[in-house]
Design a protein around this ligand. Structure first.
Ligand code: HAM
Length: 423
């Protein structure tokens, strides 16, 4: 039997790991320096967390969850997203009692049984953040500025932030009604999915990719007309302040989201490299979710970026790994190998340099083939340690760029000599 990974669930191979590390490290730096703390929730949750949190009629809940019964016949689901579990944890561990505002971030795998294609997987990773405990537009502004800051720290250029509002719960219901009335005599022009959505989740008709549906909604009512005074003011503040911060965005009147918990500000980050699946990230406000799941009446806002989609965008823009310095220690004989390991450890601990790699021989290969490996790995410095050197208590340090002549130094001076050679 030939074993293969599960459809839509990819391996991360060693040659591709660098970009994941780079993204995660930059994200962590951005979060930690903004006072966000990491939260890790389990991969499995009680199914009701998602049914309640995301919404019974959403595509995720009706079609895309990996749900199964455990041995005690409890229904469990592999998390399709991070927000509902975080709200569950926020309530369960009474985080509100610790601080009026919780700033949380997460990095981890999510699971959705969607039809796999470019940028659409069944196991995918998200980097996300949530601010729970604030109704202020300045929380939305902080979150959108953070998304923009992350894009800049990833050095991503061709991204676009699309912004809309759905209004509060009452506005959203008013808008849904206006939309339903508008669509009432046009249902024959809608796709089968959208005809069903008209009954269950009419807002989703607005972001259907079907050309005929797109045509129908081109002239549909604008959400702005359904907003109450407070929601208009909130949205205006968000827009004017992010503009003042120099953040580019465009208003997208038909931007609605596939999760029911959103109210108020919603946004998406898109990138042309993604084609049909063009959202590299998305988020918004969910002011009723904490209360709906049994917690306090507190507002919240957050987002998640899809790591695989960001990587597609970054590669399309020509991202490549940073070259770190490689030091190769070539040794001959067991005693020299052991000394080589000691020297490698002292260099790793003695020299702080981003991306510095110290390699030793892990096989029983000849000096010649070790030098070939050193060459192949583009080593900047080779340290030679054979039986003669060992007897003298010295190593030969060879600068592969040819800038400095080969030198013999005693074991105790290796770290200092390597440091000089790297300058
Ligand atoms: P979402 O729009 O469902 O929102 O997902 C966020 C991002 O995850 C998407 O923009 C996309 O980049 C990535 N993504 C989603 N599905 C897939 C997939 N099948 N394959 C690859 N990438 C995918 C949420 O998940 C919300 N929890 C975001 C949020 C946080 N809102 C408030 N707080």
């Amino acid at each position: 039997m030939e074993y293969k990974s599960v459809r839509g669930m990819d391996d991360l191979l060693p040659q591709d790991a660098w970009i994941w590390h780079d993204l995660e490290a930059k994200a962590r730096r951005e979060f930690e320096s903004s006072g966000y703390s990491e939260i890790r929730t389990p991969i499995l949750e009680d199914t009701s967390v998602f049914v309640r949190g995301i919404g019974e009629t959403t595509d995720i809940v009706t079609k895309e969850m990996f749900t199964f019964q455990d041995r005690k016949e409890r229904s469990l689901t592999m998390r399709p997203e991070g927000t509902a579990p975080i709200v569950r944890a926020y309530i369960e561990h009474a985080l509100l009692a610790r601080s009026p505002i919780s700033r949380l971030y997460y990095i981890g795998p999510m699971f959705r049984a969607e039809r796999p294609q470019k940028g659409r997987l069944r196991q995918f990773f998200q980097i996300g953040a949530e601010v729970i405990g604030s109704n202020s537009p300045f929380a939305d502004i902080e979150i959108i500025a953070q998304v923009d800051g992350l894009m800049k720290s990833f050095a991503l250029k061709d991204y676009k932030i699309k912004l809309n509002t759905l209004g509060c719960k009452a506005d959203k219901a008013k808008f849904a009604k206006a939309l339903k009335d508008y669509l009432a005599d046009k249902s024959s022009r809608l796709c089968d999915d959208c005809r069903a959505r008209m009954e269950k989740n009419v807002l989703r008709v607005l972001d259907c990719k079907n050309e005929s549906c797109k045509d129908v909604v081109r002239e549909s009512p604008n959400v702005i007309e359904s907003l109450c005074g407070g929601c208009v003011e909130h949205f205006e503040k968000v827009k004017s302040n992010i503009e003042s911060l120099g953040i580019r965005f465009e208003e997208a009147k038909n931007l609605v989201r596939g999760l029911d918990y959103y109210t108020g500000t919603v946004f998406e980050v898109t990138h042309t490299a993604l084609g049909g699946q063009d959202a590299i990230g998305a988020g918004g406000r969910y002011d009723n979710l904490v209360k709906d799941m049994g917690g306090a009446d507190v507002g919240a806002v957050g987002y998640a970026l899809g790591i695989e989609r960001m990587i597609i965008a970054l590669i399309a823009e020509g991202a490549h790994p940073k070259d770190g310095d490689i030091i190769y220690i070539a040794t001959l004989g067991d005693a020299a190998k052991l000394e080589g390991i000691k020297i490698a450890r002292s260099i790793r601990h003695g020299i702080e340099s981003d991306g510095l790699v110290v390699l030793t021989d892990a096989g029983d290969t000849s000096l010649k083939s070790q030098l070939r490996s050193a060459d192949k790995s583009k080593a900047r410095i080779v340290i030679l340690l054979g039986e003669d050197e060992l007897k003298q208590g010295k190593v030969a340090i060879k600068d592969m760029s040819g800038k400095n002549p080969q030198v013999m130094v005693s074991f105790g001076d290796v770290v200092e000599e390597v440091r000089k050679a790297l300058c």
